[in-house]
Design a protein around this ligand. Sequence first.
Ligand code: GLA
Length: 740
Amino acid sequence: MKRIITAITLLALASGALAADNYLNISSGKTSLVLKANVGEEVQTIYFGPTLADINDAVGGSTFTTPAYPAFGHSTLKYHTNNKDYAIAATHADGNMSLSLAVESISYVQEASATVTRILTKDTVYPFYVTLCYRTFTDSDVIEAWTEIENKEKKTVLLRRFDSLYLPFLKGDSWISTMYGDWSDESRLQEYPVPQGEFSVFNRDGIRNSQSSHAEVMISLDGKPSEKHGAVLGAALCYSGNYQLRTIKGDRHQRNRIDKFFAGIDPCEIAYPLAPKELFVTPKVAFAYSLEGKGGVTRSFHDWARGHQMIHGKDTRMVLLNSWEGVYFDVNEPKMAEMMKDAKTLGGELFVMDDGWFGRGEFSRNDGNSGLGDWFVDKKKLPHGIPWLVDQANRTGIKFGIWIEPEMANTKSELYTKHPDWILNAPGRNVIEGRGTQVILNLGLPAVQDYVFGIVDGLKKENPDLAYIKWDCNMQLASFGVSDKTPEAQAKLYIDYHKGLESVCERIRAKYPDMVIQACASGGGRANYGTLKYFDEFWASDNSDAYQRIYIQWGTSMFFTAQTMAAHISASPNHQTGRIMPLSYRAAVAMSGRLGIELLPSQMTAEEYELCKKCVSDYKSIRNIVQLGDLYRLVSPYENKGLASLMYVSKDKSEAVFYEWEMEHLTEQGTPRVKLDGLDPARRYRITRLASIDGKAHRLEGKVFSGAYLMNTGIEGIFYWDGRDKAHGFGSCVLKLTAE
Ligand code: GLA
């Protein structure tokens, strides 16, 4: 329930009756943003940092004096020129390219555990309105910010930039941490000093947005990024389309001693035509400030996400077996039935039939060349249809899930033959095909939105017990353009696509709130907080190699919880890298995320099968801690110390799970003792080993240590003692800690 509790029109201030400045302390838990918002003036940020007990510190200390949302071309404030670094730019119908925004009024909307502060500003000449919105929580350290832009002019205004947020940060030895990568190598953590000039992290894929770079960054303000120490600003744009996150370190900001951070949709050189009366709402940015290093930002984001952003954020996820790396397109009834039985025997709770089950006749889906768009079961492969499979799953005692890629078509499909105008492509041009003969449907069209909703709705109507959908998206925008020839429709493509996607997701969630949906986009192409509002999890990478996954999952964990990070035990040799790894290592890595299995169980040795079963059962005993607990990253794989290590601690600190993975395999190599974190120093914890390679107990098995000892002195690296596969390396260790 939302309720507007205050609406202050500060006319008195404007007329000069009151001399005092009006300050707003926008504060969530450990994070504060202090704004000066005088009627008739541009809003200013005067402080951003750790929460202040007394706002007078910010006022007296004049930490910053900078426009809160700089608009291109003009400012009501003397000495401020917004022309160089700005959050918003617009061209009015008469050709005037400037904006000058001044406060009109401030209001507050009370929500269940949050307050939204809305600062309405208006151009001093034109009826053009921008509302700066900030949501603060009673139970989170994160602040959400977005802007609402409304054109009350008589003609269309062209928006040339429309960021969601601008934040200043103090000049110093600041470093940026970004997640960068590629297909099969997503979320690689990269850290470097914030460079002089303008630096931007951006994505212009058009459809997915996190395969090559992520819409989340951390900025460490006290020198080289540390997991435990120093001031760190973290920000995540909650959006699945093109974005740009910019830092600006300019020599002209010396007077204010600040550098700048902007976040928003990437305008991509395309001015967005905002029609008269149209309201444009930017995606929100979530941001937090921590004095406990990157780890502090991570935990603030994980808590905020579980409580306020993710669908089913407080729930754990099922252990599943996915058919893809087991059988690829070679789907048929006997194989599916066999895999379901194995999934059950191994302790799985869900079986997911991946690609290859649909398309008919000449368009049957046997590879990437045909069938997308034709969501009818291929009766040659599955003569009894999906209901038979769901029934089979029910009899086996597990749930059933299915793969779809509803935003796409193949040019070799019945759908494409019927609706060539539904495809994204500029009129008159040949369409560029992606994987096989793949093309993208224009989700900006209401008819396509209905069709995409209908795919999910149709499957659910036919199979009410369908518990899970893996929603894939395997193509970036290649042919820019829509069939509608108006310049407005062309210019709005990027944004309309994502509005369309959100609207379909809203409809699906309104009707099917409980269904589990995975966002897959050739692996981790849709790992962002826009997606997680509707999707329970994402497939972190098509690369299922446990060793490389340590890097991928490390970067992903900066902002995302283990619940959201699908991590599967796959075959050895691994299908992507050819690497041979013991099952214990593959399991120990997958068990640090949302555990699943992705292989043909009948191809495992009897020993592997038994160990896999044990790992699933062990995982269930720690699932709550892993998926809902606090993450502490201990030794980074990026530090080349021969091992990587992290741990999860339950909220009440009564239980924890500790992971160590061997990263190098050198005889007599020294590895560091690992100091644990996040435990209660005063409590004593008993150690039990999980997922053991050979069933051997750990040398610390059953021993009890104080939290203080484990955190201050730590435990020795495992690899010389036990858990080491001498032939191949890849020692690993998963320990459960239980408070006595
Ligand atoms: C993508 C996904 C894989 C699998 C295939 C099926 O590549 O990332 O997990 O589902 O599509 O075609």
